[in-house]
Write a protein that binds this ligand. Structure first.
Ligand code: PEP
Ligand code: MG
Length: 584
């Protein structure tokens, strides 16, 4: 693409195209980040302050040395074996002069503040690791980043704090790639928008970006290298268009579009208290997906009938230790309390693939097909037991339900139910109360599950279709890989048939069934799913009212036949044309 001068002549104006993951328009200035964890202030230290800055640096290093020693001494019984090795490695890296001494020279000679000096040295070390031939050593770059992150955190409590950039609401984050763990840290910020070079629309990074409810685009390929800090940007999250250095006329046009979107959003708010039912009276349950307990507020504001998916693994990210049973219990109870008796569906740990805990990197050669979700939990029984006990203990404070991710085999259901029984017996022995009738459900995210539902669901109380993974595993495309993002097609006949068939079989067996993947929050799919017989949807709170609007405008009697035809369409293009008719 050849950049062209914009009308004001200030800078080259050009447009990049990616996949819009979160609607709306953001107008602001580019803020380039390498990793969300390491957002630090950069400033020059005045000569008389240098000794104090060196002391601040030394104090933070000493504090983290102490923290790592304490963590090593107190590794919980259920922790994965790798955790010990990783903590020793982190201690070793921290004690090395490269991290604990070299930044001192940068503070003294170049008068960088401590955080800046440390991240400069980290960037240098990371680039050295990146060039290594051995893949194991190359991966150790992540460990350097994690150790540095700890030291930065420690610096927060030692004088100057690394302040968040000012005017965050005018900034648009531009990153090459961000992991889901990094993305979740942005919940503490108030940026105007997000764009990344990598990532697919249903990657967990994109899902978290969507939950921030700000315009976002992924899969832009070269944005990070083509854009300079501070350049004016327009993010059109609906169309997946990024305009760099827009001219005055373009800016005016997008300001107007943004105003229209805001008017629409305000109108939708009026639906909050409307009964969620179709025009011919079928009640439709609209629940919310959350990643952290703090998200529950947004779910309540949107009028969610419950939490259909609490991705509990986010409690385990961005830390070197595991959350204790008590800490998990408090988090689950907080959500149950906030939802005042409405259902709260806690999905047991879905770690692995693109979400791994520090110190337990078990990615393996093909992480999406590896030891992920329920497979990981069954391989780590102590860790699983801790979570099950915490969920059970919280279950007496509301209507908690337990959801098992990524089932493929009936024996995984049996083993999980045995683990729940064991946790219940332990609590009984300790006279700790819990909801004895807690419902246990399974996610249908693997074609094997959809095709063997009769056996798999025999002992389950409810089902939830995870379309993000169901599409990934049906079409054999990694949902995090933007190189195959164009093949990720929810309207592929194989996908539609699996979804429709799962809903049908569940209804026949009188097992409640929901969809909690991104398909549930896509207003273009609402009528289709209603036509398939779905009556429970779970999505990001920000999408809930738009879906309610679709429900309120639909007559089941009018969409069933056409939905059947979409499902039977031979190719996605035909399905798309029929879907357009369904939504007309
Ligand atoms: C899904 O796979 O559709 C789902 C809801 O789970 P997650 O996106 O967390 O994998
Ligand atoms: Mg999933």
């Amino acid at each position: 693409m050849k950049p062209a001068e914009n009308s004001s002549g200030v800078g080259a104006s050009f447009t990049l195209h990616g996949a819009g993951v979160s609607g709306g328009i953001a107008i602001g200035q580019a803020h380039l980040v390498s990793t969300a964890r390491l957002e630090v202030a950069h400033y020059e230290v005045a000569p008389p302050e240098i000794e104090a800055e060196l002391e601040r640096f030394d104090r933070a290093i000493a504090q983290v040395q102490g923290e790592l020693a304490a963590l090593q001494a107190g590794i919980p019984a259920g922790a994965p074996a790798e955790m010990k090795a990783i903590l020793s490695l982190h201690a070793m890296l921290l004690n090395d002069a490269n991290l604990s001494t070299v930044p001192r020279a940068l503070i003294r000679n170049r008068r960088c503040n401590a955080e800046w000096a440390l991240t400069l040295q980290m960037d240098y070390l990371a680039s050295q690791f990146e060039e290594m031939e051995d893949p194991y050593l190359r991966e150790r770059k992540q460990d350097i980043v994690q150790v540095v992150e700890r030291v930065l955190k420690a610096m927060l409590g030692t004088g100057h704090a690394p302040s968040a950039p000012s005017h965050e609401e005018d900034l648009i984050v531009v990153a090459h790639d961000l992991s889901p763990a990094e993305m979740i840290l942005f919940k503490q910020h108030r940026y105007a928008g997000f764009v990344t070079d990598l990532g697919g629309v249903t990657s967990h990074t994109a899902i978290v970006a969507r939950s921030l409810n700000i315009p976002a685009i992924v899969g832009l390929h070269h944005a990070r290298s083509m854009i300079r800090e501070g350049e004016p940007l327009i993010v059109d999250g609906r169309e997946g268009v990024l305009i760099v250095n827009p001219g005055g006329q373009v800016l005016d046009e997008y300001r107007e579009r943004s105003r229209q979107i805001e008017i629409e959003r305000q109108k939708l708010k009026r639906l909050r208290n409307a009964r969620s039912a179709t025009m011919d009276g079928a009640a439709v349950e609209l629940q919310a997906n959350i990643e952290l307990p703090q998200d529950v507020e947004e779910a309540r504001e949107a009028g969610a009938a419950g939490i259909g998916l609490f991705r509990s693994e986010f409690l385990f990210l961005n830390r070197d230790d595991l959350p204790s049973e008590d800490e998990q219990f408090e988090a689950y109870r907080e959500v149950a309390d906030a939802m005042s008796g409405r259902p709260v569906t806690i999905r047991t740990l879905d770690l692995g693939a693109d979400k791994s805990i520090n110190g337990a990197d078990r990615a393996g050669p093909n992480p999406a097909l590896g030891l992920r979700a329920i497979r990981f939990c069954l391989a780590e029984p102590q860790m699983f037991l801790t979570q099950l006990r915490a969920i059970l203990r919280a279950s007496r404070y509301g209507k908690i339900r337990l959801l098992i991710p990524m089932l493929a085999h009936a024996h995984e259901v049996e083993q999980t139910l045995a683990a729940v029984r064991h946790a219940k017996e332990m609590l009984d022995g300790q006279r700790i109360p819990y909801d004895r009738r807690i419902a246990i459900g399974g996610m249908v995210e693997v074609p094997a599950a959809a095709l063997s539902l009769k056996y798999l669901a025999r002992d389950l109380d409810f089902l939830s279709i995870g379309t993000n993974d169901l599409i990934q595993y049906t079409l054999a495309i990694d949902r995090t890989d933007d190189a195959v993002a164009h093949l990720y097609d929810p309207l592929h006949p194989a996908v539609l048939q699996l979804v429709a068939q799962t809903i049908r079989s569940a209804k026949r067996a009188k097992t409640p069934v929901a969809v909690c993947g991104e398909m549930a929050g896509d207003a273009a799919m609402t009528r289709l799913l209603l036509g398939f017989g779905l009556r429970e949807f779970s999505m990001h709170p920000a999408q809930l009212l738009a879906i309610k609007q679709q429900v309120l405008r639909t007559r089941i009697g009018e969409v069933e036949a056409l939905a059947g035809r979409v499902c039977r369409a031979h190719d996605p293009a035909k399905a798309r044309a029929l879907l357009a008719r369904l939504n007309a």
